[in-house]
Write a protein that binds this ligand. Structure first.
Ligand SMILES: Nc1ncnc2c1ncn2[C@@H]1O[C@H](COP(=O)(O)OP(=O)(O)OP(=O)(O)O)[C@@H](O)[C@H]1O
Ligand SMILES: [Mg+2]
Length: 134
C-alpha cells in the first residue's frame, strides 16, 4: 500500500509512538532511503515522538515527502501545544533532562538527520521539524 505524500498522525499514547516509528519506516522505504539512513531516521522519530507524548502532553507528527528535481526527502514535524521549552540551549545540551530521562533525545535526534529545526517558547508549545534527504 502506497502512503500519501503528506499526512498527519496523532501522538497521544505509547502505541502511537510505535505507530509513528512504523509510519516513518514505511515512508522512508517509499522514498527509497538506504537502510542505514532509514534506521537513523526511525531512531530520531522514537525520541521526538516520545518527547511529544511525555513533555508535550501529546500532539501530532505531520509528514511530507519532498520531491525536488534533484533530490527526494522526508520531512517530519512533531508538534504539541504543551508547556514549551524555557531554556532551549539547556534542552539541547547532552545529558540535560528535566525529568528522569538520559537527556540525549533531542541532541541524539539532531545528529541523526540532515536538517533539524526547533521552535518553542514557554506556553507556546513545541515544534520540531526534521528532514532526511535521500
Ligand atoms: N515537546 C516538548 N515539550 C516540552 N519540553 C520538552 C519537549 N521535548 C523536550 N523537552 C525538554 O527538553 C529536555 C531534553 O529532552 P531530551 O529528549 O533531550 O531528553 P529527555 O527526554 O529528558 O531524556 P531522554 O530522551 O534521553 O530519555 C526534556 O527533559 C524536557 O524538559
Ligand atoms: Mg526525550
Amino acid at each position: 500500500m502506497t502512503l500519501p505524500s503528506s499526512g498527519t498522525h496523532p501522538i497521544q499514547i505509547e502505541q502511537d509512538v510505535v505507530l509513528a516509528r512504523q509510519l516513518a519506516r514505511k515512508l522512508s522505504q517509499q522514498c527509497g532511503m538506504r537502510l542505514i539512513d532509514l534506521t537513523k531516521l526511525v531512531t530520531a522519530v522514537s525520541e521526538l515522538a516520545r518527547n511529544t507524548m511525555v513533555y508535550g502532553g501529546g500532539g501530532h507528527m505531520d509528514w511530507q515527502i519532498i520531491e525536488e528535481p534533484a533530490r527526494t526527502g522526508l520531512r517530519l514535524l512533531f508538534r504539541d501545544e504543551g508547556p514549551g521549552i524555557a531554556d532551549l540551549k539547556l534542552a539541547l545540551t547532552d545529558g540535560w533532562t528535566s525529568g528522569s530521562g538520559l537527556g540525549l533525545g533531542l541532541t541524539g535526534a539532531r545528529r541523526l538527520v540532515d536538517e533539524f529545526e526547533l521552535d518553542t517558547a514557554p506556553g507556546q508549545g513545541t515544534r520540531v521539524a526534521i528532514t532526511r534527504w535521500v
